[in-house]
Write a protein that binds this ligand. Structure first.
Ligand code: URP
Ligand code: ZN
Ligand code: ZN
Length: 488
C-alpha cells in the first residue's frame, strides 16, 4: 500500500510566503507532506512547468439566494424567487476557474426571521460540490433576530453579517446599522458592509428619471464616487464608535479606499475588498448599444481606466487585501431583461450584479501578475489566503501546509486564453468579460484530494460540497461606556 493517495510532482508551489519547487503528498483529502521528492503514491500528477496554488477562496458570492416579493401569486402571496445560479452550476463554474470554497449569503426577507432561511440555504448548499460558508444578510434587525436567532447562527458557525446601506428593500438606516454592530460585537461576528448612500442615490435617480434619462448608462450617474465615499466613511466611523470590526465590500474607487486607509492607520479594525470588475470594466460599458449595458450593471458602478490603476495601487499598499467576485446570477435573457418591465425598463429596475466566479482568478492573475503589477505571492494572498484568514477558514483553506485540506490548483502561468461565456461554465447566459484576453489559466482543480477539473472538464458528484462552520473571532469585548464610545 502506498503512503500517499496522490503525489503532485515537479510543480512550483506558490503560497503567500514564497514560490518553491517541491512535491506534495495527499492522504485522505488532506495535505500530508511537502518535500523535495515524493514518489510513494497511488496516483502521480505531473505538475512540471506549472504553479501549484491553494484553491481559490471567494468570500463574496451570491448563489441560489431566495427572495420574496416582486410578483404576486393568484392567492395574493408574494412569489418566492430563486437566483438563477444554483449551488451545482456555481460549483462547476468555480472549479473551472480554480476556486474550491465560497462564502455566500443567507437572505433575510423583511418582516421575517433568519433561522428558517439558514436551514433552507444550508440544504441548498449541500446539493453542490463546492465547500461553502455563509454570511447572514440582515435587512430587518428586530430584537428577536439579533438577540435570539443570531446567537443560534453563530453556534452553527455562521459568523459574519452583511448589511446594505443602500438598496430597497434591504437597506438599513444608521440606528439599525448600529444595532447590528452592537449585536455582532456581543456575539463575535464580522460585519460586512455595502457602502453607498441610499438617500443620495434616491435623489439622483429621481432627477435622472424625471429628465427622461433612463438608459443603463445612467446607473453610473445615479451613484457617483462621492456616495460610496460618504457611506464608507460613515460605516467606518460608526464601527469605530462601537469598536466592531467590519469589512467594506466591493470597493470601486480610490476615494472610498482612502477612507479605509485612514482608518487602518488609526488602528481601526476595517478591511477592504475589491472585485475584478473594478480593474477591468468601466462606466462606458454600460453605454453599449441597445440594452447591452445591463450586462455590466453592478453596484458600486464600474468607473474608468484611471481608477483601475488607483485600485491596483490600493491593492499594492495593502489597503484592499481581498479580491472577491461578487458573483451574481442574473442572465441577460432572464432577470436582467425580463425581471421587471423587460428591455424597456429604466436603469433602476434592472437587477444589479454580474457573474464572475470562474473569471476571478484568471483576471487577477493576468492583470496583476502577468502585467507585472503584483507578485505571485500577493496573488495567492488576495484570492485565497486572506479571504480564508478573515473568514476564519485558515489554515484548513487558503494554505498549502501539512494538515490543510488538499484544495489545490495546477496553474499554467503562460497559457493565453480569450474569455468566452462557454469557458465560464455557469448557468448565466453571458459573461461581462467576453473577449478579454488573459495570460494564466487553471489546468486542473483538486478539492479535498479529488481531481474535480482537468483541462476544463469538470467531474464532481453533486452533494459532495461541505458546509464550513467557522470558529470564533478573537475580539475585545466591551468594558463599559467611555467618553469616546465602547472600548478598553
Ligand atoms: O451589484 C451588486 N453588487 N449586486 C450584488 C449585491 C451586492 O450589492 O453585493
Ligand atoms: Zn453589496
Ligand atoms: Zn454582493
Amino acid at each position: 500500500m502506498s503512503t500517499y493517495d496522490i503525489a503532485i510532482r515537479g510543480g512550483q508551489v506558490a503560497t503567500s510566503f514564497g514560490v518553491t519547487r517541491c512535491d506534495i503528498g495527499i492522504k485522505d483529502g488532506r495535505i500530508a507532506a511537502i518535500a523535495e521528492s515524493i514518489t510513494d503514491a497511488a496516483q502521480v500528477i505531473d505538475a512540471g512547468g506549472l504553479l501549484v496554488l491553494p484553491g481559490g477562496v471567494d468570500s463574496h458570492c451570491h448563489i441560489e439566494e431566495t427572495s420574496r416579493g416582486g410578483y404576486t401569486m393568484s392567492d395574493g402571496e408574494p412569489q418566492i424567487t430563486v437566483n438563477e445560479e444554483s449551488f451545482v452550476t456555481a460549483s462547476t463554474s468555480a472549479f473551472a476557474g480554480g476556486t474550491t470554497s465560497v462564502v455566500c449569503f443567507i437572505p433575510q426577507w423583511k418582516g421575517f426571521g433568519v433561522w428558517e432561511r439558514y436551514v433552507d440555504a444550508r440544504k441548498r448548499g449541500e446539493t453542490g460540490m463546492l465547500d461553502f460558508a455563509f454570511h447572514q444578510i440582515i435587512s430587518d434587525p428586530t430584537d428577536v433576530v439579533m438577540k435570539q436567532e443570531v446567537p443560534k447562527l453563530v453556534a452553527e458557525g455562521v459568523r459574519s453579517l452583511k448589511v446594505f446601506l443602500t438598496y430597497e428593500p434591504l437597506h438599513l438606516g444608521d440606528a439599525e446599522y448600529i444595532k447590528v454592530l452592537l449585536a455582532a460585537r456581543e456575539h463575535g461576528c464580522l460585519v460586512t458592509v455595502h457602502c453607498e448612500n441610499f438617500d443620495a442615490i434616491g435623489w439622483r435617480t429621481r432627477a435622472l428619471l424625471d429628465a427622461g434619462m433612463t438608459a443603463p448608462k445612467y446607473h453610473a450617474w445615479s451613484r457617483p464616487r462621492v456616495v460610496e465615499r460618504e457611506a464608507t466613511h460613515r460605516a467606518i466611523a460608526l464601527a469605530e464608535l462601537v469598536d466592531q470590526p467590519i469589512q467594506v465590500f466591493h470597493v470601486s474607487c480610490e476615494d472610498a479606499a482612502e477612507e479605509i486607509a485612514r482608518a487602518q492607520a488609526r488602528g481601526v479594525k476595517v478591511w477592504g475588498e475589491t472585485c475584478p470588475q473594478y480593474v477591468t470594466l468601466t462606466a462606458a460599458d454600460m453605454d453599449r448599444a441597445g440594452f447591452e449595458g445591463a450586462k455590466f450593471m453592478c453596484s458600486p458602478a464600474p468607473r474608468d481606466t484611471a481608477e483601475h490603476a488607483r485600485i491596483w495601487e490600493m491593492i499594492r499598499r495593502g489597503t484592499l487585501d481581498i479580491v472577491s467576485s461578487d458573483h451574481c446570477g442574473f442572465s441577460y435573457e432572464g432577470d436582467k431583461g425580463k425581471g421587471s418591465a423587460g428591455r424597456d425598463a429604466s436603469f433602476e429596475k434592472i437587477p444589479n450584479g454580474i457573474p464572475g466566479l470562474a473569471a476571478r482568478l484568471p483576471i487577477i492573475f493576468s492583470e496583476g501578475v502577468s502585467k507585472g503589477r503584483i507578485s505571485i505571492e500577493k496573488f495567492v494572498e488576495l484570492t485565497s489566503t486572506n479571504p480564508a484568514r478573515l473568514m476564519g477558514l485558515y489554515p484548513k483553506k487558503g494554505a498549502i501546509q501539512p494538515g490543510a485540506d488538499a484544495d489545490l490548483v495546477l496553474w499554467d502561468p503562460a497559457k493565453k486564453v480569450t474569455i468566452t461565456n462557454a469557458l465560464m461554465q455557469h448557468a448565466i447566459d453571458y459573461t461581462p468579460y467576453e473577449g478579454l484576453e488573459v495570460t494564466g489559466w487553471p489546468i486542473s482543480t483538486i478539492r479535498r484530494g479529488e481531481v474535480v477539473m482537468r483541462d476544463g472538464k469538470v467531474q464532481a458528484e453533486p452533494g459532495t460540497g461541505r458546509f464550513l462552520p467557522r470558529g470564533p473571532y478573537d475580539m475585545v469585548k466591551p468594558r463599559g461606556i467611555t467618553p469616546d464610545g465602547f472600548g478598553a
